[in-house]
Design a binder for this molecule. Structure first.
Ligand code: SAM
Length: 327
């Protein structure tokens, strides 16, 4: 349970106004809700599994919040550019001089963020707990230049702050793109990001449909700009529980971390989801960092898998004959 904010509130290190809307930007799914007036709270979370978990806990949450707020709480994200964008939007919501609270872990760069904020606005008492910090700031007269994310073009594609491989095509995906020649029929791009693989899949006229499944709302927005082919459909969803298909092909460069640490469990869940989404004759094509251990999971849910390429630290794997689960 992420309790730093509720502890800072109960100890008086940070204070929320008695009236008005309180916006939480990207709160952790396991946020301790003690001390938060839930009837006045509006949360924003663009990552579908966290959005759904907060909603199930009774928090009013949507992938995007706008409009004025009496106070905003910004939860630092792993990507600094995303945190700065959240701060820029938070400052705009409360207006110059308005109250904003920042909460974050050391691993999310809260110490350097605090230094940055001290240069642009007044900072209140700093509450330190659980390898992180929580503090109040007063919104500056103007949002510092360059903090608000502006979707830009890299390698000819629209990307934005905080999405996977925002600064260009991922080398693993580029490798996988060279192995899409046989892909045809109904295809699912699982964890589609800003749509690079989908554009490459759609280069073939043997492909009838591509379903882009992606949990990050901002990434899917970029994908909509990048993939304008009428055969594409877009799904903001948790790939590990999404029900669609059946598909002739699942193509994926699965995510391999949920926090700063590599965590192959999420990638394994993608492999399991792929087997579930495929037709009996369907095929999985995936790329992964060579050191990530997916073999056991592949053997559990597919009758056959073959390494098609092993280059520069990446392997491309093709798996066939998904095993049917017993009811
Ligand atoms: C390694 S990236 C690949 C992105 C894109 N296919 C590419 O090649 O650039 C994995 C993607 O999976 C997304 N993702 C992470 N967890 C997810 C989940 N549970 N459901 C759906 N997508 C998820 C991430 O946001 C990220 O865009």
């Amino acid at each position: 349970m992420s309790a730093r904010l509720s502890l800072a509130l109960s100890g008086g290190s940070v204070i929320l106004p008695d009236t008005g809307r309180i916006v939480l930007l990207r709160p952790p799914a396991d946020l301790d809700l003690d001390g938060l007036p839930l009837d006045r709270v509006a949360a924003e979370h663009g990552f579908c599994p966290d959005h759904d978990a907060l909603s199930a806990r009774g928090v009013a949450v949507s992938p995007q919040q706008a409009g004025p707020a009496a106070a905003v709480v910004v939860f630092a994200a792993r990507a600094k550019a995303l945190t700065l964008d959240l701060l820029a939007r938070g400052f705009a919501m409360v207006g110059p001089g308005g109250p904003l609270i920042v909460d974050g872990a050391k691993s999310e760069g809260i110490d350097s963020l605090l230094k940055t904020l001290r240069k642009v606005c007044a900072v209140g008492e700093v509450y330190s707990k659980a390898h992180g910090k929580c503090f109040a700031v007063t919104a500056p007269a103007a949002v510092p230049a360059g903090w608000a994310a502006v979707p830009g073009r890299v390698d000819g594609f629209v990307t934005t702050a905080g999405v996977f491989s925002a600064d260009g095509i991922d080398p693993g995906s580029a490798l996988l793109a060279g192995h899409l020649g046989a892909v045809s029929g109904k295809v699912c791009d699982l964890g589609a990001g800003w749509g690079y693989l989908a554009t490459r899949i759609l280069a073939s006229d043997k492909v009838r449909q591509v379903a882009l499944v992606e949990a990050e709302h901002a990434a899917l927005d970029c994908a909509r700009a990048n993939v304008t082919d009428a055969r594409a459909t877009f799904h903001w969803a948790d790939a590990t529980t999404w029900t669609g298909g059946p598909f002739d092909y699942v193509v994926t460069n699965p995510p391999f971390h949920t926090s700063r640490k590599a965590d192959p469990a999420l990638g394994r869940a993608f492999v399991q989801a792929a087997a579930r989404l495929l037709s009996p004759r369907g095929r999985l094509l995936m790329v992964a960092n060579r050191h990530l251990p997916y073999e056991a999971t592949l053997a559990e849910v597919f009758a056959e898998s073959v390494v098609r390429a092993d280059v520069s630290g990446y392997k491309v794997i093709e798996a066939t004959r998904p095993k049917r689960r017993q009811p």
